[in-house]
Design a protein around this ligand. Sequence first.
Ligand SMILES: Cc1ncc(COP(=O)(O)O)c(C=O)c1O
Length: 430
Amino acid sequence: MEKNYQTEYRIKTKTSAKIFAKSLKLHVNGVSHNIRYYEPYPFVVKTSNGKNLIDVDDNKYVDYWMGHWSLILGHGPKNVKGALKKQIEKSWMYGTVNEQTIKLSELISKAVPVAEKIRYVTSGTEATMYAVRLARSVTGRRIIAKIDGGWHGYTSDLLKSVNWPFTESESSGVINEEKIISIPYNDLEGSLEILKKHAKDLAGVIIEPVLGGAGCIPATQDYLRGIQEFIHKNKSLFILDEIVTGFRFRYGCLYPTMKLDPDIVTLGKIVGGGMAIGVMCGKKEIMEYADTRGKKKSERSYIGGGTFSANPASMTSGFATLSELKNKNSTYVKINDLGDYTRKELSKSFDGKVIVTGKGSLFMTHFLKNGITEVTNASQASMCDVNALHDHHFKMIAHDGIFFLPGKLGAISNAHTKQDIKKMILAMGV
Ligand SMILES: Cc1ncc(COP(=O)(O)O)c(C=O)c1O
């Protein structure tokens, strides 16, 4: 991209610049989630509504980040807002058992067959942390396998092999990294070779059925089924991380459409309807390891805690969101179609110079470089021109009133229209 859009950005975000300077004094990097920082500074949001984010300088952006992809119905959908208002009138924190949780669990357990037992937390990170602990408790083994490029939140256990070249430690302060091994996505032979070497001590494998942050890349059914077959024969546990994919493409999870039989599934994002949530669910006999009643410490897995777990506000907004999705299957038809359209038209507009990956309403554009001709794993995604994607996204923020978190995948919500998508494709192609 020839033009430098930083000047244009600085001119239109002067109030953001001032406020972010304060934020920098108070917060590390000025942010509380590392990926929210981008150069020269992120704009500061004043409000959001439907498909739009509005910043403190009154710039409006059509949002494709959509609250870390959690807002499938858009910002502030009417029924969720209404339900939350009513709940907040009553209270937003009990710290005790409440019926809102049971209502949400009834929906989840009907839509996700493996959810025979459920536990709530307040982030996806906690859900995957507990899933891993549970797998270790149940099997009495120590090693967990994850994918090169797999992202499951900031849990110390899973903070390995997230970023290219997948060999260096992602952070200091993380110990026992040798107990986490990493396998290549969509490469069954390569993965099995590694898993077999660790089979005796292998507690489980954790996989996203669409690799999210590392490229928005769907796994093939053969790959996941092949991994599952090995895992089950080996008496290890198969953990599917559906924190991004759960309720994103259909009312329920992705795994039944791939004829998979996971032992534990983690959910988050959409099932909280934009409020803090993480969900761990799974087969009864496995989840019941977490039952603390009448068991010795050595016989149980101690998971489930959190002051704010199953708080009535998150449970209510999750219930309202899932109810809307359940009653209106047309939402999925609409956003999945828009996603197909986006992938097709974006590929066309770059005339073979990009590959647009994704599934349903999620998409990501990879600018081809280094002889890459397909993007089926995180290594190939990393070898594409990741700076080009970042620059295109930044240009759209500065110039076109369109927001992607620079370099990240885009999510279409029910608030977007085909007209929005057409504008975004045009803006992207320039
Ligand atoms: C697949 C996946 N798992 C886990 C997480 C962590 O969830 P949270 O950010 O709610 O802790 C994320 C977050 O983006 C994710 O994409």
